[in-house]
Every structure is written in C-alpha cells, then in structure tokens.
Design a protein around this ligand. Structure first.
Ligand code: SF4
Length: 497
C-alpha cells in the first residue's frame, strides 16, 4: 500500500492524482478494467450521487447478502444516508480507518476480520466489501480476501469515483462480479434453484433495475412465443443468479451492464439490445428476441398481433402535442424518448449520463432518424444548454435541471422519481408515460404564472424577500478566487494536498 495518499478532494477534484496513486499502489489492472468497461467522456466525474451508491444498493436489495463499506467516514455517511432514504431497512457494515491504519496496512486486516466475523452461513449467502475512493487509491487488496468462508462467498470490489463515472454503472460492477462467481459455481456442478417456482419454458433474462410491474408485462408479451421471464439482473437473491444465467436470451434493456453482459456472453447466451417500447419498438424487439431464441416466424407474428393493438390504443388515448427534452442518469433515457416520439411528441434532445454501447445502438439510430440529438455521457451543462436552446414545453431531467427549468418557467418533471417510478414497457408503459406527459404539458400556463409571481424576489446573489434593500453582489470575489485557483500549477490536486 502507498502511504503517500491524497486524503482529500475525492469526487470533486484530484481524479488524476487518485488514479496515479491507485496504479502506483498495485491497482493498475483494476483501473484498466474499469476504464475499459466504463469509458470516460465529456461527463467523467460524478455530477450526482456518489457512484458507489449503485453497488451498495444492489447489495442491500438482495436477501441474505451483507454489505460492508471501506472508505472515508464522510463518504460512508453520505452513502448510508442515501441508502436509508431509499428504504434500505438494514444495516450497512463499515470498517473505519485513520491515516496510521491505512498507511501500515492495518485496514486490510481490519476488513478481513470484519468479513470473518460477518460470514455466518446461517445468515448470509455472500458478504460484499466495497472499496471507496481512498482505499482504492491506497491499494487495499480486496482480491486477497478469502473467496469464501464456511460456504459464504466473499465479493470484494473497487468502486472509486475516479474510475466509475455514474452510480448506474456501479450497479454493474457488483452485478457482474456476482455473476462471474455464480457462473464459476454453476460450471462446477448442480446449484440451487430459485426460491419461487420457475417457469420451465425457455426464459428471457431482463438486465436492469425495472419498475416491478414491467417484468410481469414483458412476460405477457413473450407468452405467445412460448417464452417466459427469468429472474432479472441485478438479482434479488444469490440463487436467482443461476436461473438468470440459465436463459435462452438476455435482454439488455438497460444497455450499460457491460461486465454482466460479458458473463452472459461467456456462458454462451445471445444478447438483444433495446426494449419493448411503443408500437415500432415493441415489434422490433419481439422480432429480435424471437429470432435469438429460435422461435418460429408464426409465433413471433402471434406475439406482435397480441401486443401491438393494445399499445396503439394506449398511445392514441394520450396523444402528446409538445416538444420535450429528455435527460437522466438511469440508462433508460433513449427508450423513454422513443416512447414519447411514438406518442406524438417532438424530442429534439436526449441526454444520458451513460456511455454509448452496442446495446443502445438500435435506439440511437431510431432516435436520430426521428430528429433527436442523442448525447451520451451528457453533463449537466449539456442538458441545461439544450433546454435553454430548445425551450421545450416539458423537460424530463435530474433535480438541478428541473430547478433551472422552473426558474425559466418551463414545466419539468424528475426522471428518477416520476418516469422511472412507472412502467415503461408494453401497453402499460405507453399509458403511464404518455398520460403523465400529457397532464404536465396541459398545465404549462401555471409555470408562467409562477415566474410572474416570484419576479420581484430577485435571483442568484440578489435573491431574497423581506430584506431592506438588495443584498450586495459578491460574485466578483468568487471569480477572483476561481482565477487564482486555476492559475496554481498544481490546480489538479485536491484541496489540502
Ligand atoms: S467514495 Fe469517492 S466518489 Fe464517493 S463520495 Fe467518497 S470521494 Fe466522492
């Protein structure tokens, strides 16, 4: 381990310093893998929550899995706060450290002891240990942990903010590591079946965190082809991983699970991108899934005949006559934009914080052919600039984008809370999304009234109500400080190093 560690800066500074420290501390291979799987782009630093939240969430949502964090206390505080905000309802393990225990290698011993203490087979199938930024940069070697203790698997992963750009991709880091382990076990001999009865028809594994009704709806779409839905990935229990692997086709409906899809490919499973959204999207997806599963053309036609009229009827019931911009970090942005366009919307801009992959290519091509600009690795600044340029009737986006939209009097809804919290696929998805967008755009005059109402309270440094006079403008001092920092020769270094 490297004692010359940058102790501050973290997600908002010093990425190159931390990366160099991690490589010097023996993590070159890990960092090269992360950079290959999750390539950088215009957006290459976290602009939302800590990326490790994705891995933490995947672990916390699984039965009989314990999750332990190794990182700075401030990072762990934020991560546990967020996980409980999202209803984790279980403890998050934490191995604290200080400069001495980090530099002398004691942290690794402390993690090892914590894992041994936690790995009780009567309680857990697996213990997950997540290295955050500082332990990764220090080279804390989780790969030296025992692979299993009394039958409890030990999964150690590095999820640094300077190597994994978004929390969505961090879900894949853990899901992929678990799938690799489960695949190795399945190759050795018989494994457990899922707790629930499993459909014996050929199965399709859906990859991505989906609204709970969506897998059920997709099952109905697949039934005329003699196919069923397998337990999805990320899994809810270790034994479900085997059933997810034991499928006829993998549907990469969230197209950024690169490490997980690599495991499916190694298991010989064909992978199909895009998803069943709208009439055209569903027709093409059913054809692709049917072809990959070796289904007859007649059965594919029967599946389309069953699904498409209901989706058409749902879209016709909620026609959208509006210009909409779409931006988010969930990975389903392109699918949402497709559905909006099929419902009648004009969508000139789609920004996603995720990178371009093979599995979203059908959606990208379709969107470009329908007049949309698709921005992968979109930054908040990209999304804001697009919204200001386009002046949409409705903006779907992240919290800061929605705040900015409201200031401009543009109706806006949160992607994560409003769009991702509804079905997306089949007729149910068409009705839900088109319904909410139609309702929001109908009320657009209210936003103009809101801007009028707040016009006198000022903005930025001069914002406020009830003061005597306008607050002094201090922006010149901020700008002077920014310039002096930018002029420092070591300005890439984290503050305090
Ligand atoms: S682990 Fe890294 S990215 Fe996450 S909050 Fe801490 S410093 Fe930021």
């Amino acid at each position: 381990m490297d004692g010359d560690l940058p102790a501050a800066g973290g997600c908002h500074g010093g990425r190159e310093t931390l990366l160099a420290a991690a490589e010097a501390a023996g993590k070159s291979e890990t960092m090269a893998r992360l950079l290959a799987d999750y390539p950088r782009g215009p957006h290459d630093q976290p602009q939302s929550m800590c990326p490790a939240f994705g891995s933490l969430r995947v672990g916390l949502r699984m039965r009989r899995v314990a999750t332990i964090l190794s990182g700075s206390a401030c990072c762990v505080y934020g991560l546990t706060f967020t996980s409980h905000f999202y209803g984790a309802r279980r403890s998050v393990g934490y191995v604290p450290f200080n400069s001495e225990s980090l530099v002398r290698g004691q942290l690794y011993e402390d993690i090892r002891n914590a894992v041994i203490e936690t790995a009780k087979p009567e309680l857990y199938d697996a213990v997950v240990v997540i290295n955050l930024c500082v332990p990764t940069a220090s080279g804390v070697p989780l790969d030296l942990l025992p692979k299993q203790i009394d039958g409890v698997r030990v999964i150690g992963i590095d999820v640094p903010g300077f190597g994994v750009p978004t929390h969505a991709e961090a879900k894949d880091v853990l899901a992929g590591a678990m799938l690799r382990c489960a695949r190795g076990e399945a190759e050795q001999g018989p494994v457990q079946r899922p707790r629930q009865a499993i459909d014996e028809r050929p199965r399709v594994t859906l990859v991505g965190e989906l609204f709970p009704a969506d897998p059920v709806g997709v099952g109905a779409l697949l039934a005329p082809m003699g196919l069923s839905v397998a337990p999805q990935l990320p899994a809810r229990e270790w034994r479900d991983l085997y059933a997810a692997l034991d499928c006829a086709v993998v549907a990469a409906v969230h197209p950024f699970y690169v490490a997980s899809l690599r495991e499916f490919a190694a298991a010989g499973r064909p992978v199909v991108g895009s998803g069943p959204v709208g009439v055209e999207g569903t027709a093409l997806w059913l054809e692709a899934i049917g072809a990959a599963a070796g289904v007859s053309p007649g059965a594919i036609a029967a599946a389309k005949a069953q699904a498409l009229p209901a989706i058409r009827a749902a879209l016709d019931a909620y026609p959208i006559d509006a210009r909409v911009t779409v931006s988010g970090y969930e990975g389903s942005e392109l699918l949402v934009a497709r559905l909006l366009i099929e419902a009648g919307a004009e969508v000139p801009y789609v920004g996603t914080a995720l990178p371009r992959t093979t599995w979203s290519e059908p959606d990208r091509e379709w969107l470009v052919a329908h007049g949309a600009h698709v921005q992968y690795r979109a930054s908040l600044e990209d999304d804001m600039a697009a919204m200001r340029a386009v002046r949409p009737d409705l903006a779907l986006g992240t919290t800061p984008l929605v705040q900015q939209a409201k200031e401009l009097g543009i109706p806006a809804i949160y992607f994560t809370n409003m769009v991702s919290a509804r079905p997306l696929f089949g007729a149910a998805g068409a009705a839900a999304l088109a319904g909410i967008v139609a309702a929001q755009t109908r009320g657009r005059h209210r936003f103009a009234e809101m801007v009028d109402f707040f016009e006198t309270v000022g903005t930025g440094d001069a914002a406020g109500s009830g003061w005597s006079g306008v607050p002094a403008d201090r922006s010149a001092a901020r700008e002077r400080y920014r310039r002096s920092r930018a002029a420092r020769p070591d300005s890439d270094k984290p503050v305090g190093v």
